[in-house]
Design a protein around this ligand. Structure first.
Ligand code: GDP
Ligand code: MG
Length: 436
């Protein structure tokens, strides 16, 4: 095997030199850019230096490791012993004639060798790295996608500010990508309005319906300390006291919280102040009798329950058994605190699932500015909201759940209240039920 090194001002000139000296049967090993000519290092020009070799005429196994792939039955020679350089075209005369001395290689074997050689070539390595980077960016998805519109990024920050769950946020974002025009995307206010509408559509509001026959029975369940008793007192006052000139409903309160120290005096105190009777029961039979007793001449029965830890399955089972006395006509509302973290909220909803609650009351909304967690979990679990409580004061700090009001309370979003109120109007029946 004979090695050679040739220099020239460009690639063609260099190849001409090699061909004139060694003929067509050459292999190129290396090419580099060098400075040529000049005098004492001055006035040099850029040129190239090519190193290669002339394989033995009857090729040995060692040299076969650079052998090129067969193309259409022809082995490629000339500079093809090395992987081709980007931008360097193959010489037309470099295709080997059929019947040449070297046998064409098996294609798979040749592919393996070319890839092995590519692994050593820095230029090809760089191309492979770039391809890999592009692939990774595509696979990163919307989260880190560099092509995400700046307005979508800004909107994402608004979602995160409110503690929406990532799954909920991505559901809304995929709707935005599908449904919003480029014009909407370009206009942040329009984009925000579209997102708010989608959030609003995901909020289910519990629809109050007049009971087939009075009284309406409402039961509150939920963990200890969330504000069930206080909420019962607020509801009793809202429905049972004269309110905006409407005739009050005839309300009764029943508590199954009598086992808890202090529970009796708390609800009793509210009952006394409002002039609303309170009954205490601690088993199913007593509850059945009391409900039957109140079924004559009463419009609304509010039932307060003891709140054990949702992990206390025995106590919850006991409570469910007692409540069965009310039958299927009772409305069950689960009370949870607004500031509960997402995973706890999911746990509570699951633990109380056996009660078959129809709706959720969000308490202590005044203690958090972030409602995204509640909206996300309710939407994911398909639960509706009935009331929101906003402080300790009885009876003022309670409102009917209202999608527009919830949207207006979101942090960082600029909400057009009028537009959202028109889009998500409060149910007419709900309005009149604040009195008779
Ligand atoms: N900040 C705030 N505190 C509330 C609210 N509702 C109830 N509370 C307070 O939460 C505490 C527990 O309430 P309670 O009704 O006894 O909870 P229960 O154990 O679920 O019956 C009391 O101190 C209430 O005054 C509310 O909407 N906001
Ligand atoms: Mg209580």
């Amino acid at each position: 095997m004979e090695q050679f090194t040739e220099q020239a001002y460009d690639w063609d000139e260099c190849l001409d030199k090699i061909r004139s000296k060694y003929g067509e049967n050459y292999r190129i090993l290396h090419k580099k850019t060098i400075r040529l000519g000049g005098f004492l290092g001055l006035f040099t020009r850029e040129g190239i230096e090519v190193t290669g070799y002339i394989p033995n005429r009857y090729g040995s196994g060692g040299l076969m490791s650079f052998a090129p792939p067969a193309v259409n039955g022809h082995a490629v020679t000339g500079n093809s012993g090395m992987p081709r350089e980007p931008g360097v075209s193959r010489e037309p005369g470099s295709l080997r004639e059929p019947g040449s001395l070297r046998e064409p290689l098996d294609f798979e074997e040749a592919k393996r060798r070319v890839l092995a050689a590519a692994g050593k070539d820095p230029a090809i390595q760089q191309v492979l790295t770039t391809v890999q980077e592009i692939k990774e960016k595509i696979n990163q998805g919307p989260q880190g996608a560099p092509e995400e519109h700046p307005n979508l990024r800004r909107l994402r920050e608004c979602f995160d500010l409110n503690d929406f769950s990532p799954a909920y946020r991505e559901t809304i974002f995929s709707r935005i990508r599908k449904e919003c025009s480029l014009e909407t995307l370009e206009d942040f206010d329009a984009l925000q309005d579209a997102a708010l509408e989608m959030i609003g559509e995901s909020i289910r509001i519990f629809q109050e319906k007049p009971p087939a026959r009075p009284p309406r029975i409402m039961i509150l369940v939920g963990p200890t300390g969330v504000g069930k008793t206080t909420t019962i007192a607020k509801l009793a006052a809202v429905y049972g006291l004269p309110n905006s000139g409407k005739k009050p409903l005839r309300v009764r309160m029943i508590t199954i919280d009598s086992l808890r120290i202090g529970a009796r005096s708390q609800i009793e105190a509210y009952g006394e102040i409002m002039g609303i009777p309170v009954a205490y029961v601690d088993n199913q039979e007593e509850l059945r009798k009391t409900v039957a007793l109140y079924s004559e001449g009463v419009d609304l029965i509010l039932i307060d329950t003891f709140g054990k830890s949702p992990r206390d399955a025995v106590k919850l089972g006991e409570m469910k058994h007692i409540l069965d006395a009310c039958g299927s006509r009772a409305e069950l509302h689960l009370a949870v605190m607004a500031a509960t973290k997402t995973s706890d909220l999911q746990d509570i909803l699951r633990q109380f699932e056996p009660f078959g609650y129809q709706s959720v009351i969000i308490t202590k909304m005044d203690e958090t500015i972030r409602m995204g967690n509640v909206i996300s979990v309710m939407a994911e679990k398909g639960k509706s909201l009935s009331y929101i409580t906003t402080g300790q004061t009885v009876p003022t700090d309670i409102q009917r759940a209202d999608a527009a009001a919830l949207l207006c309370g979101l942090e960082g979003f600029k909400v057009d209240r009028k537009k959202m109120e028109e889009r998500f109007p409060v149910d007419k029946y709900d309005e009149i039920q604040w009195g008779r």
